[in-house]
Structures are given as C-alpha cells and as structure tokens.
Write a protein that binds this ligand. Sequence first.
Ligand code: SAM
Length: 473
Amino acid sequence: MIRYDKNSLKAEEFINDGEILDSLKFADENKNNLELVDKIIEKARLKKGINHREASVLLACEDKERIKEIYNLARQIKKDFYGDRIVMFAPLYLSNYCVNGCVYCPYHAKNKHICRKKLTQDEVRKEVIALQDMGHKRLAIEAGEDPVNNPIEYILDCIKTIYSVNHRNGAIRRVNVNIAATTVENYKKLKEAGIGTYILFQETYNKKSYEQLHPTGPKHNYNYHTEAMDRAMQGGIDDVGIGVLFGLELYRYELAGLLMHAEHLEAVHGVGPHTISVPRIKAADDINPDDFDNGIDDETFAKIVAIIRIAVPYTGMIISTRESESVRKKVLELGISQISGGSRTSVGGYDEPESEEENSAQFDVSDNRSLDEVVRWLMNLGYIPSFCTACYREGRTGDRFMSLCKSGQIQNCCHPNALMTLEEYLVDYASNDTRNVGQKLIEQELEKIPNEKVRTIAKEHIFDIRNNNKRDF
Ligand code: SAM
C-alpha cells in the first residue's frame, strides 16, 4: 500500500503507475470475492470513505446485488452529508486563445478556423450582468492557456470586474477559477483576488497517454500539471477541485488515480479536494468523441459517481451541462452536489448568443434548458437549489469547511441558508411558475429545521426577503 510522504510532492510518487496497476490487478483478482466486497461495503457504511484500492474492487465487481447496495449507500451518504441541496453555478468563458495542442479540445493551437475571442473588461461586465439577470451568484471562469493573450494579470482583472458588478441585487459572491496549471506566485495572486475554488482537471492520470494527448505546449508537462494542486495549496488556496476527462483513458485507471490524488492532498495538506468533477468528452468544433476509444456508457458513469460518493463522502461533486437531463437526474441522487444551469460554453455567449459561423464554443451542451427551467425541474424532483456561498464568505474553506462537514453540523447551517438564498432567487429572478413551486417547497422545508431557534430566525428572514425587500442575511 502506498504511503504518502509529506516531504515529497513529486507526481510520480503520489500518482504511482505501479500502484495503480497493482490496484487494478488486485481488483480483477477480487471482483468475485464477495466476502471482500461485503467487507469494503461495510467499511464504506461508516461514512469515513474507502481508499483507491477498495474503490477499484467495487468498480470491478459485477454482482448485481452488491451494485444495488453500493447505489443505495451512495444515495444515503449523499442525503446525510448534503441533504436535498444542490448548489447552482455557471461557467463563464473569458478567452479561447490557447497555445496548447490538447487533441480532444477545439481550443488547440492548430485549430485555425475556430473563432478566437477574448472578452474585454466591458464585455466581462456585460456577461456578468446577463448572468446576474438569470440569478447566478457563483461562477466558474474558464480560459485557454496563452501567456500573451491571457496572462495572469488579465485573469485577475476579470475577477476584479466580476466582483465589482452589482446589478439587480445581483453581486456574484463566489468566483471559482479553471485556468491552466501555474506557479505558486500566481496562485498567491489568485488567492489575494478572492477566488473560491481553484479547479484543474487532470484529464488523464496515465502519464504515457497524457503526453500523447497533450503533444505540444506547456500542458505537455505531466509532472507540472499533476503537481499544480500542491502549488495552489502552497500559494494559500485551500479549496481545490480535481477531475478527469472520462473517455480519454481506461476509466478504472482514472478512478484509482483520482482517488490517489485525493488521498495525497489529504495526507500532505490536511485537506482533500473540495470538489471532484466528472466530465465526459463531448463533440466540439473539430473534435469527434468517437475518435477516442475509452468512452463510457451511462450505467458505468453512474457507477463511477456512486463509488466516488462513498469513497470521499466530504468532497462535493460537480456535473456540467455536458450531460443530458436524464443523465443528470440519475447521478444527482447518487452523489452530485453542484450543477450548472443555463450554461453557454462560447466566449461572450450570455450577453449575445453567437451564430453558428462564429462558433467559439468549447463543447456542445447536452442540457440546453434555462436556469429557471433547471431550478424548477430540481424542485419538482424534491431538491433545494442553493445559491448559498456563506461558507466561503465566512472564511470556512479548506480544513475549516471539512471539519464542519465531518462534524455533521453543516446540516444545521446549510439547510436554512439554502432556503434563504432560494427565496432571494425566486423573488428576484424566477418565473411565476417556478416561484409558486419554490415558495411551497420552502414552506415545507422550513418545518424540517430541527433547532427551534434557527427555524424561527429562518422564517423571519424568509418573510423579510419576500415582503420587505431584504437580502443577503
Ligand atoms: N485551459 C485550462 C486547462 O488547461 O486546464 C482549463 C480550461 S478548459 C476551458 C476546461 C476543461 O474542459 C478542460 O480541462 C477539459 O477537461 C474540458 N474539455 C476540453 N475539451 C473538451 C471536450 N471536447 N469535451 C468535454 N470537455 C472538454
């Protein structure tokens, strides 16, 4: 079994190819060892997680009864740690200029016909206003890697602009950042700019494949990319989001790598990843997902989500509009805690949807519904869409967030906060239909707050939001 060494932040040590292959071999040898599978499921029932080796066995196991148990446990853990709350966010594409050669991404430098765009600060403002008009409070900014067109100063300017726009009760309260791996110095600057989570997908943990899939540009450097989260944490960012792009490599390899990465971060920095994203490759400008051999079907995808949920109960899980409504519905109950809504993956696409000819989008979106439709759909499924960013704004990030989560106390503060931010959304932005569904739901949910004092305060605040134009409690 691998030991994570606090003094070694070298990629090849914490994402050890030999250890991953050994875990997969162990999983193959034990996938029908139902005694062991049951033991792992029993361990998972303690809700303290399981390691990459144990997760690999569950992923390899094909016993129908056991898979059902895994799904039921994932549902239970999801309910216990996150309740019915689903955090809402939207991606904001700043620039698709990119010097890398990633073979699965239409932003690759050799793509000469995609429309290259970079938002000016005025355009950023317009995008934010359009997003605020929809009701968003939490964004994930996205950009290609290009030191000349998108240097860190540009990203910092954009963050400043985003936080400065306050339109229709609408300040963006949390900006998460998905930009290429960078230096400790730059991570410090991002921290100072007040970012939420720093997100970087590993794409694949398999070094050989990684180098082939990223043949040119700074992203080719596997070690630099893989060690980025350690640099981010050294730079003071304590919420980091990891993920792989499913379809590039064998999914069993990726799950083991992903969990080893989480184990490494927890062992070395005392806090695991804040979120895990599970994107799958999508069709895009000159990209055909069928050109990649490792695509996974919806059932396998659901199983991966369920196993991540039980392996790292305290880590949020994100699903984007890459997935369809039906897939999103299935994985929401198995472990997803954050979803995007009303997303545009083109640069400048919120203020002015673009024509087909000027396509600047990163990938085709499978869920094209508006935020209002997604919010109503979630509520009709019994979820509470949450626009809450209180933890981040109160400084409850990193280990402070994790210890709150582990203590079980998160339920007592998150539930009323979610209801209050939902009420704000309903009053300020929702259609009549959505508001009616939502306000009924809020009335029912208020009664579920166990602590009487908290329940009374939440009711007063909801009353004030609805009737006295008060906000942001
Ligand atoms: N440029 C940054 C970097 O290098 O990490 C990140 C920004 S990129 C806009 C965000 C993510 O989109 C990538 O990390 C990749 O996983 C994903 N992506 C790229 N091409 C995709 C495709 N064809 N389908 C689905 N996701 C894709």
